[in-house]
Ligand binder design. Sequence first.
Ligand SMILES: [Zn+2]
Length: 429
Amino acid sequence: MSEDNIEQQIDDILEALRETSGKEVSRDELEKELKKFLEYGVPPDHAKQTLVKKFGGGYNQPLSSERILVVDLKPDQQSVHVLCRIISVNPREIQVKGEARRIFYGILGDESGTIQFTAWKDFELEKGTVVDISNAYTKEWQGSVKVNFGDRTKIKKMDASEVHEVNVVPREYKVKELRGGLSSVEVTARILEVKDREVEISGQKKKVFSGMLGDETGKAQFTAWYDFKLKEGAVVKISGGYVKAWKGIPQVTFDEKATVEKLDANMISKKDVKTQKIMLFELVDRNGALDVEVEGTVIEIRKGSGLVQRCPECNRVLQDGACAVHGAVEGKADVRMKLVIDDGTGAVSAILGKEVTEKLLGKTINDSLIDDGLVEEMNSMLFGHRISLQGNALGDQFGVTLIVRDAKRADFNITAEAERLSQELEELL
Ligand SMILES: [Zn+2]
């Protein structure tokens, strides 16, 4: 290997070390080491990687990555790089394996929005300062994305002018883009349902208004902590709300600090807000959605399908004759079906009640005549067939489950049906 080549190799190693460990190693030292490896016939690439590792760097996983805006953060991201302002920071004592440990939590923000963070050690963060944070990671907690700073995280104090003022101007979203954790949200939607109820907060009675809203991209839930005189059928522009999520279903939440502007009701007509048909990968990616339609092939009739006994008090399915809440009770018979459907892009579970099951099987099920044959029938009628399902999709760490409201077979064979009809007709003639 020529001297030039060796110089190039050393440059590469130094760069990898700078990026991944921040360590400075002298050229001479590296050159000596590298030459030794090469003399022993170690391939140059392998030698480079070994040396980067030896001096504390990580060759295959560069620690610095491109800056990401707070609004684009998703759960379970690694090597997260943000440039932001610390809006608030508070210490907290926690117990880890019996030992007291001081962690810090707070809110950070950039020009796109704000997000909560947890620092698992003292990074000497100060309120109001601008910092460049690399190698953080994200997690989902109670439906919102949170940023974490751990051992690998590097935090560099920056000039205050590096970050534009934290965004307080609401950003516009379509309903299908709403995700738990978003703040300063602006959304224009039609109120599909609204109900009020009274709640007590620190001894004070307060009215809250909740329901469903939607636009041409989807539906979501909402909660208003102030009486904006929302009426069913009205089209409103809500500015300054935030989004919480329950099992993947977004909920727009807003109070008196938000503004609600009433728009022409024709802007989003009733028929514009319909059940959205979505691919399963998108449903899996969103990890839940309100009122959607999906289509897929039945790849499994799951255990727990068929006859079940329900608690007469709370409707829970009994396990060994007992309700998880009410103990041993006299169950009432019911039928349900648990399916897994797959459309080639993803798979979800689905739970179907008696009525929808009967619709798919094309027959009425008499509770008193149920035997094991019912599950066999589900298998022979549905396994491998394409069906279309509508309902609410709830997501958790185990995946997405569709609570089915309506279902139909999607692979109804028109040719076979035409043949059957003409045969029937011939027999009649
Ligand atoms: Zn019960």
